[in-house]
Design a protein around this ligand. Structure first.
Ligand SMILES: Nc1ncnc2c1ncn2[C@@H]1O[C@H](COP(=O)(O)OP(=O)(O)OP(=O)(O)O)[C@@H](O)[C@H]1O
Length: 274
């Protein structure tokens, strides 16, 4: 990564910043996520760093899909850990909502289908994304989206010394089983996808009006997540979201099953008149 030059700041997250950067040999642009390393001399931190390097090398070689942001490598100089990845010029779906407001149903269908294809690919490889949300669905300039920030991001949190380390905002996308201490599984991503579809259609995930602690309580104890979709939203969309919010893990559908849901399959003929 010798010939890289760092460009403008693309955005900041809970524990790092993402910069545009350019390979001066080829002129190709990439995104570089940088995290300041906390207590780099501690044994724990160096263990996490080497696990992170290993993980990114595996992701770089073994995870390639049109709806997954590609990792290209990583480096650290003892102070900053940098991950080089595919540049998505449209920013995130969260950025889109911030700038233009909630998405139309048609746009939501298109993004949801693409995210499902990415999730199906990851899940078939036994990879759980763990952080599906609008901020991690990145856009090109032509209506295509890709999932970013999987796997490695939890380790980045461990090595980071960011004052924003508490992942504010992420709690709203977490499933009841995760908050109950039963860990992550593929079905957890499906719950978070449901939250992301609510975010696309309304601008916010369920329970967004509550503080973190109150939101956790509601997610764990309520039969139905707290959201209300606009009147114009179709029955298919409502049914898709409530399927994602099935509390029983066995009954909650998989990404492959959801790809056959009428919400995503009807897009072509209903909207394009074909
Ligand atoms: N590959 C990329 N291409 C273009 N922009 C990106 C890319 N990755 C991230 N960004 C921009 O940088 C912002 C910060 O990304 P980052 O992954 O650090 O945090 P986040 O996912 O928004 O939040 P959190 O860290 O809480 O999960 C994103 O919201 C997006 O606008």
């Amino acid at each position: 990564m010798k010939s890289w030059k760092r460009g403008r700041l693309l955005g900041s997250g809970s524990f790092g910043q993402v910069f545009l950067c350019c390979d001066m040999e080829t002129g190709k642009e990439y995104a570089m996520k940088q995290v300041h390393i906390f207590s780099k001399n501690s044994q724990h931190c160096s263990r996490v760093l080497s696990a992170l390097r290993e993980e990114i090398n595996i992701l770089k070689e073994g995870v390639k899909h049109p709806h997954i942001v590609q990792y290209f490598g990583c480096q650290d100089d003892g102070v900053v850990f940098s991950i080089l990845m595919e540049y998505m010029p449209g920013g995130s779906v969260k950025d889109q909502i911030k700038q233009y407001g909630p998405l139309t149903e048609r746009n939501t269908i298109s993004y949801t289908k693409q995210v499902l294809l990415g999730l199906e690919y990851l899940h078939k490889k036994s990879i759980v994304h763990r952080d599906v949300k609008g901020a991690n669905i990145l856009r090109d300039n032509e209506g295509n989206v890709k999932l970013s920030d999987f796997g490695a991001s939890k380790r980045l949190q461990t090595i980071s010394n960011s004052i924003m380390q508490t992942q504010t905002g992420t709690i709203y996308y977490m499933s009841p089983e995760l908050l109950d201490g039963n860990g992550y599984g593929r079905k957890t991503d499906i719950w978070s996808l449901g939250c992301s579809v609510v975010e696309m259609l309304t601008g916010h995930p369920p329970w967004h009006q509550l503080e973190n602690f109150a939101a956790i309580f509601k997610i764990v104890t309520s039969d139905e997540p707290g959201y209300s979709l606009p009147d114009s939203v179709s029955k298919q969309a409502r049914d898709f979201v409530s399927e994602c919010f099935t509390r029983s893990l066995e009954r909650r559908p998989t990404s492959s099953q959801l790809l056959y849901h009428s919400f995503v399959t009807r897009a072509q003929f209903e909207f394009d008149g074909t």
